[in-house]
Design a protein around this ligand. Structure first.
Ligand code: GCU
Length: 359
């Protein structure tokens, strides 16, 4: 049985949004940090600056590459915009290494994973962050002595079981991108979305949970330690993710043999997005991520949307779920594409339709 979302550690029943905001939301964030994503050395940089290093037209789009300097750690973000007199909403997209190798986004924006031309044609901007510019996602170093960890630490010899790991570091940098976007006069900074696929979908959810400036949070096939409930899940579990990746804090790996004892589950992560818009995509053939476990957490997290007088996920019973159908009636959007583990233009069409309808 999963831990209850609306029962605080002190035993208080949380049944109003006031109680939720006062007593439970911060508590859940703390628990998710402590048992999964790790505590960050700081939330807000002491020194932050932006340098536009390139700015030109790329086909029919405006393109800018900006170096973000957060306390001495520098990483680039690439922003693509429609040519428009109006400020536009913006998607922040995490690109992971395999996608980066497959796309040359400095010269040809469109690629298999994020159809930048089409997104811009529909009146939105896209800001792309590459995970490897922050901390490698393609190798499991286990050392945390590269990238952002060299600036923020902790040094490998001082690392505690509950210190931040890669997902939290990627999410921290997405927040710095939001800092930049709020200074860019081409962007409607009250309308930011964050999106990622798989490991990046996990990072997108943690970004949304920790930074309320994102009004839409999109998880594409994020699976284990993303949108999928851990309890009762098929496919990947803690034993695999903790031994093959650097994404979560060490304390989390201690629950590999007794997941039932873990004080959190993933409906808690999704609930931290409420009352903002949330979108969960599943790939039908992705047993490793487990689409049904992703839907279960959407259903459970909807309890918090209801406290706000809103409707969360509007999903039929499990045996009536259809592939390629938009479940867009509530504030938690969902679709399952009939495909292997992937993100494609067809998913973006759904995300764009949802945002067009809800914003
Ligand atoms: C592995 C990992 C998943 C992850 C995926 C990805 O399959 O086990 O948790 O989502 O890689 O990021 O592509």
């Amino acid at each position: 049985m999963e831990p209850k979302l609306c029962l605080s550690l002190s035993g208080e029943i949380i049944d109003t949004k006031e109680k939720w905001e006062k007593h439970r939301r911060e508590e859940l964030r703390y628990l998710l940090e402590h048992y999964a994503y790790g505590h960050r050395p700081k939330e807000i940089p002491d020194k932050l600056s932006f340098e536009i290093v390139e700015q030109n037209l790329l086909g029919s789009l405006k393109y800018k590459r900006i170096n973000i300097n957060t306390d001495g750690f520098v990483f680039p973000v690439r922003v693509y915009l429609p040519v428009s007199d109006k400020q536009v909403p913006c998607f922040v997209y995490f690109m992971h290494h395999a996608q980066e190798l497959d796309s040359d986004i400095d010269t040809t924006p469109n690629n298999l994973y994020v159809p930048i031309d089409e997104i811009c044609a529909r009146g939105y901007a896209v800001a792309v962050i590459r995970l490897t510019d922050i901390y490698a996602d393609d190798k499991n170093l286990g050392t945390y002595d590269e990238g952002i960890f060299t600036v923020y630490g902790p040094t490998p010899d001082k690392r505690r079981d509950t210190d931040w790991a890669a997902i939290s570091a990627w999410a921290f940098c997405a927040s710095r991108v939001a800092d930049y976007l709020s200074t860019d006069s081409d962007i409607e900074s009250k309308e930011l979305a964050v999106c990622g696929h798989s490991r990046s979908g996990k990072a997108a959810l943690w970004t949304g949970a920790t930074d309320e400036r994102f009004s839409l949070v999109i998880s594409n096939s994020s699976g284990c330690m993303g949108a999928a409930m851990l309890r009762g899940k098929e496919g990947e579990h803690i034993d695999f993710i903790s031994t093959h990746t650097d994404w979560l804090c060490k304390k989390h790996s201690g629950y590999a043999e007794n997941e039932e004892m873990l004080p959190i589950d993933q409906h808690m992560l999704l609930s931290l997005i409420a009352p903002r818009l949330l979108y969960v995509q599943s790939s039908s053939l992705d047993a490793w991520a487990d689409p049904s476990a992703e839907r279960r957490s959407c259903r459970l997290a909807s309890e918090v949307y209801e406290m706000y007088g809103m409707i969360g996920a509007v999903l039929p019973d499990e045996d009536a779920i259809e592939c390629n159908k938009a479940y867009h009636d509530g504030s938690v959007g969902y679709h399952m594409r009939d495909c292997e583990h992937s993100i494609r233009k067809e998913d973006w069409d759904m995300f764009l339709d949802f945002w067009d309808k809800k914003r």
